[in-house]
Design a protein around this ligand. Structure first.
Ligand SMILES: NC(=O)c1ccc[n+]([C@@H]2O[C@H](COP(=O)([O-])OP(=O)(O)OC[C@H]3O[C@@H](n4cnc5c(N)ncnc54)[C@H](O)[C@@H]3O)[C@@H](O)[C@H]2O)c1
Length: 446
């Protein structure tokens, strides 16, 4: 009989995973503790913006016309425990307030709530990003709390999806990593992922600590690559070099590669910043903090870029923001998402406002979340409205629609044709030809 799957926590990761599991042919029950989320999902609506996700969800959600009906949602752990053969834990693991460490309370609560309802053999699969050592601890807790005892087994299967590409990354992952302690667990996970495996996704089977570490190691590497090029941008600024040319030139070396070498205001979001900090905190607990001191530098280079963008903009408008209008294009931490968690764009917008400017923000998908987080900023319905009367326009999230803006048209509504490209993603020549002063991080003025 086909496996029945539950997905616990239906945020960016869980909602996508639940819909993808239904697409792969399984009966799926999604669970969350927020009833409003469950109501929306049940009605075939995704509580966030992720390209292609709502279509996928509607293709499978029971009760939606024409849907397969394989996907349902609940808030009941009892129902989840009875239903599932395989339970994926996809709840959030944020940074602890005032500390670098990971807040494991949501994962702990999910395991504690599910385990007492496991009355037949089940595999609980952690997907959340957790500090190394968590799986060992949770496996013991699970066996202790589950009525079925040791037949309630744990596996760890870190998730590598990228927001903006979450659907394709989940259906066709570039690798599947599983930390297991038995052949049975491996066999079950091979069954879950049979389709992507048949299509060629590599399958890496390992122990708990390695599986947990793979995820934070991958994010640390990516964060380091971004901060590396941003450090080069700082040196280019000091020396009069051009970081965009530098990145192009070093990227031709296959060992370096061109991806993730775009200098700008740095990384943000709900993963990279908190993951590298939690990794440092955990390494400290293990007595291996020296191994990761470089991540402290990666973090500070990254945070410095936000401040530097503010300085560049202040300098561009004549040394003070008082009485100036600033348009901010972009609020999300990356394009094709509505996620504003630790968004560099909003952070820059907020700092500029605090220094006395009138800041108006536009983002194609992140307006609602941005308003909730920064209610005192002004928000506009489109780029032109945001730019009206502006002394500087800041490009802070690289949405395609900003690259396609007409510089001449936008030039008609601003007070000064001054654009600052915080992502090195606009065509500088096009803006300059339309009479704009174009400035970007890590590049010479003209
Ligand atoms: N978002 C990403 O791109 C991404 C990628 C890879 C890994 N991850 C990891 O996946 C995990 C989830 O991230 P996310 O971005 O989906 O977070 P999220 O905040 O969008 O979603 C988490 C969901 O879990 C729910 N939840 C919290 N406690 C619960 C409980 N006890 N029982 C049931 N549901 C509960 C919340 O209500 C929320 O809907 C994190 O560990 C994150 O680091 C995220």
């Amino acid at each position: 009989m086909a496996l029945k799957i539950t997905v616990i926590g239906t945020g960016y990761l869980g909602a996508t995973h639940a819909a993808a599991m239904a697409e792969l042919g399984f009966e799926v029950l999604g669970l969350d503790i927020v009833p409003e989320k469950i109501a929306m999902l049940t009605a075939g609506r995704v509580p966030m913006y992720e390209p292609g996700l709502e279509e996928l969800l509607r293709r499978h959600t029971a009760g939606i016309e024409g849907a397969s009906g394989r996907l349902r949602f609940t808030t009941s752990y009892e129902e989840a425990g009875e239903f599932g053969d395989v339970h994926f834990i996809c709840v959030n693991t944020p940074q602890k307030h005032g500390e670098y460490a990971c807040d494991m309370s949501y994962v702990n609560a999910a395991v504690e709530s599910l385990a007492p309802h496991l009355r037949r053999p089940a595999l609980v699969v952690g997907k959340s990003t957790v500090p190394v050592g968590s799986a060992d601890r949770l496996a013991a807790r699970l066996a202790e709390l589950a009525p079925v005892g040791a037949d309630a087994e744990l596996a760890w299967n870190p998730e590598f999806l990228r927001e903006g590409f979450a659907v394709q990354d989940t259906l066709r992952p570039d690798r599947i990593v599983v930390g297991v302690t038995s052949d049975r667990a491996e066999k079950l996970l091979r069954e879950v992922y049979a389709k992507p495996l048949a299509e060629g996704s590599p399958f890496v089977v390992t122990d708990f600590p390695t599986a947990e570490l793979v995820k934070v190691a991958a994010n640390s590497f990516l964060a380091t690559k971004i901060s590396f090029i941003n450090a080069m941008a700082e040196v280019c600024e000091a020396a009069g070099g051009d970081v965009v040319k530098l990145a192009e030139a070093i990227g031709h070396d296959e060992r370096i590669g061109r991806k993730f070498l775009r200098a700008g205001i740095g990384f943000g979001g709900g993963c990279l910043p908190k993951d590298i900090r939690a990794f440092m905190a955990r390494a400290g607990e293990l007595g291996a903090d020296q191994a990761l001191t470089f991540l402290r530098e990666v973090d500070s280079i990254n945070m410095r870029r936000r401040g530097h963008m503010v300085e560049l903009a202040r300098d561009a408008v004549g040394g003070s923001f008082l009485g100036k209008r600033v348009a901010v294009l972009g609020a999300t931490f990356k394009p094709d998402s509505d996620d504003v968690r630790d968004s560099p764009a909003l952070n820059v917008a907020g700092q500029i406002q605090l220094q006395g400017a009138q800041v108006t923000v536009f983002d194609p998908k992140g307006m609602e979340n941005a308003r909730a987080l920064f209610p005192t900023l002004a928000y506009a319905a489109d780029p032109a409205e945001a730019a009206r009367g502006a002394h500087a326009v800041l490009h802070l999230t690289e949405w395609r629609e900003f690259r396609e803006l007409d510089p001449a048209g936008l030039g008609d509504v601003v007070a000064e044709r001054r654009i600052l490209d915080g992502r090195n993603a606009l065509d500088a020549d096009r803006w300059r030809e339309a009479g704009w002063t174009y400035r970007a991080l890590g590049r010479p003025l003209a």
